[in-house]
Design a protein around this ligand. Structure first.
Ligand SMILES: [Zn+2]
Length: 337
């Protein structure tokens, strides 16, 4: 079928298409709507072993700026203004939460990957996580051996950050970090990069671990409602993603220590009980430096104390359910490999 606008974001917000659809775009390319909010577009003549790019946004429904950035990229691919050289899957992560303007409805979708959805079968997000895993599986299964697999999961954070834009590099189980990918993140405007040190139930860890994708969670600023975002602040990543898709990227110099600050996770603050108390202002910025000896949080008899004066707090959120992560304590890191 054809449609005059092909505004895929509007399709999601209007819940227009919950079943598979296929459209011929003005650019001549075919767009395949595989499931609600899951779109695949193949280039006209992909090179053998072409890079496969998965872009996801709206995994947290109220993080609107990345949704608008990806929507703009899709619009330009649809019109032909932006050439598409590589197979592309775009995922609008949590359409129901996007429509409600909420982070999630029943359970944080970005804690349900890696099979964790099976432990929360009653949440509306569980079925969605399973569907997104299957969608990523099917997409990357089509990549030939040797084809680069890339996944950027775009977010904005609940709070402001001492480093406005930062990337999270999922745990690689001892494999070396890719210096070209780190260089791409640097050139895309990331102000800091966190090298995660253990598995996580996030979408980017899933594609990294399952499909050996170069997968990253990108935190691109503070979450604001639709229409209130200053999209100028997202120009760097917008340009980098467009270059990635169109094959017009300038050569990227390998990342060197010192290019942008690197951090590694020291440990998670786990909220074990409702007695959990976080001793940080509710407006504290991500990556706020923690003085040596500072008591970060208490939970019954357990105390979390900052050590060394170089640790910083990331994603403090005492409102999570008991058993979940209420923050990450991070420390400076250098690339060894
Ligand atoms: Zn998010």
């Amino acid at each position: 079928m054809t449609t005059p606008t092909r505004d895929f974001l509007q399709f999601v917000l209007d819940a227009s298409f919950k079943q598979p659809e296929c459209w011929q775009l003005d650019s001549g390319l075919q767009a395949h709507w595989l499931a609600e909010g899951v779109l695949e577009i193949q280039p006209a003549a992909p090179a053998a072993a072409s890079r496969h790019v998965l872009l996801s946004c709206g995994v947290h429904g109220n993080e609107t700026a990345p949704i608008e950035v990806i929507s703009g990229i899709l619009r330009d691919i649809a019109s032909g203004k932006l050439a598409l050289k590589h197979p592309l899957m775009v995922i609008f992560g949590n359409p129901a939460a996007m429509r409600a303007g909420e982070r999630y409805l029943d359970y944080d979708l970005n804690r349900l990957f890696n099979g964790a959805h099976q432990r929360q079968p009653d949440s509306r997000e569980a079925a969605r996580a399973a569907l997104l895993e299957q969608s990523a599986d099917a997409f990357f299964a089509k990549a030939q051996a040797g084809a680069e697999r890339v996944h950027h999961d775009l977010h904005t954070a609940i709070r402001g950050s001492a480093f406005e834009r930062f990337a999270i590099y999922p745990f690689l189980h001892g494999k070396p970090h890719d210096r070209a990918q780190l260089g791409w993140l640097r050139d895309g405007g990331m102000d800091a990069i966190l090298l995660h040190s253990k598995p996580a139930n996030t979408f980017s860890y899933y594609t990294s671990n399952r499909h050996q994708a170069h997968a990253f969670t990108l935190e691109l600023g503070k979450a604001l409602p639709f229409g209130q975002n200053d999209l100028d602040r997202f120009r760097g990543i917008d340009a980098a993603l467009r270059a990635l898709l169109s094959g017009n990227a300038k050569p990227v110099a390998d990342f060197q220590n010192g290019d942008v600050p690197l951090f590694e996770a020291s440990y998670d603050l786990i909220k074990h009980s409702e007695a959990f108390r976080l001793h940080l202002d509710k407006n504290v910025l991500n990556f706020t430096l923690l003085p040596d000896g500072f008591v970060i949080a208490e939970d019954g008899d357990q105390r979390y104390v900052a050590q060394g004066g170089q640790q910083r707090i990331l994603f403090p959120n005492p409102g999570v359910k008991p058993g979940l992560r209420a923050g990450i304590v991070v420390a400076p890191a250098v690339l060894q490999d």
